[in-house]
Design a protein around this ligand. Sequence first.
Ligand SMILES: NC(=O)c1ccc[n+]([C@@H]2O[C@H](COP(=O)([O-])OP(=O)(O)OC[C@H]3O[C@@H](n4cnc5c(N)ncnc54)[C@H](OP(=O)(O)O)[C@@H]3O)[C@@H](O)[C@H]2O)c1
Length: 302
Amino acid sequence: MATHVVTGAFSYTGKYIARRLLADGHTLRTLTGRPRADDPLASEVEAFPLDFSNHASLSYAMRGADTLYNTYWIRFARGAMTFERAIENSRALIAAAVDAGVRRIVHISVTNASSSSPLAYFRGKGLVEEAIHASGLSYGIVRPTLVFGLGDVLVNNIAWTLRRMPVMAAASGGRFEFQPVYVDDVADVAVAAGREDANVTWDAVGPDRITTRELIHLVAGAIGRRALVMPLPPPLFRLSSTMLGLMLRDVIMTRDELASLMGGLLTSPDPPRGHTSLREWARGNAELLGRRYASEVARHYR
Ligand SMILES: NC(=O)c1ccc[n+]([C@@H]2O[C@H](COP(=O)([O-])OP(=O)(O)OC[C@H]3O[C@@H](n4cnc5c(N)ncnc54)[C@H](OP(=O)(O)O)[C@@H]3O)[C@@H](O)[C@H]2O)c1
């Protein structure tokens, strides 16, 4: 058994990774901006500050650890929190892991990350992958597509909306395909990547290849509602989701997220490593789906 460090063990993907590592008997630390004494994992995970400006403190938190499981990233730029800053923060974390003598980094990236991408999210992810390649650390890079699970910001919030109204807007009629992956499957792939010694880069995609139109109908069917999909040209869809975001004080879908969907970036040519079907999962979790709105802004900016 070893000691590992997971960023964001009280947040979304990090929580599932933490649960798997704890179940395997490992000792766990987390780096987080929001330590939560009331979290069910709090008594089992020692929390340290995710303070990128303090190299000594980051490095101290990782000293003696075998693997850093890094989930840190931002979904969108907001105020002083830009993608450039998130890249610098990630580089600071990697440098601290090197100084701490960590054996391996398992890094959660995204499918089709590339430093030459025109999309800031994907470009930043590509640059951070390059920083990992250059760090000298042994690495496992895990590249998920869209991650679903209880409390996620897409599937859950589609259900939340459909519980209130039967109409849902979709860019270009929702004809763009993606391969959603279950959050616990991502954790499974991450832990498997942690066990390797060789450097690996693995896509983490689920078994379903569906369009957003199918997703809306699938969620509606699971929660026993009807859904009318309202096709909108992409610029109008963006406008409508920006307005809805203002009403909900959240960000519904960023320009990069829409562009990545339209550009097929949330798919992979590789065989799926995730086994959980969104169709079956949505039916099995219908009671809980969309009961509460999941706000990214509330999670990370308030
Ligand atoms: N969710 C998806 O659909 C999806 C799809 C593809 C790739 N990914 C990648 O998977 C990884 C985990 O995603 P997730 O959705 O599970 O993220 P998350 O748990 O919400 O956050 C992961 C970590 O990033 C920190 N963080 C997030 N936003 C931040 C902000 N604005 N300012 C400061 N810290 C912030 C969190 O800090 P705290 O510990 O303080 O909460 C946490 O440590 C990310 O690298 C993401 O890019 C996610």
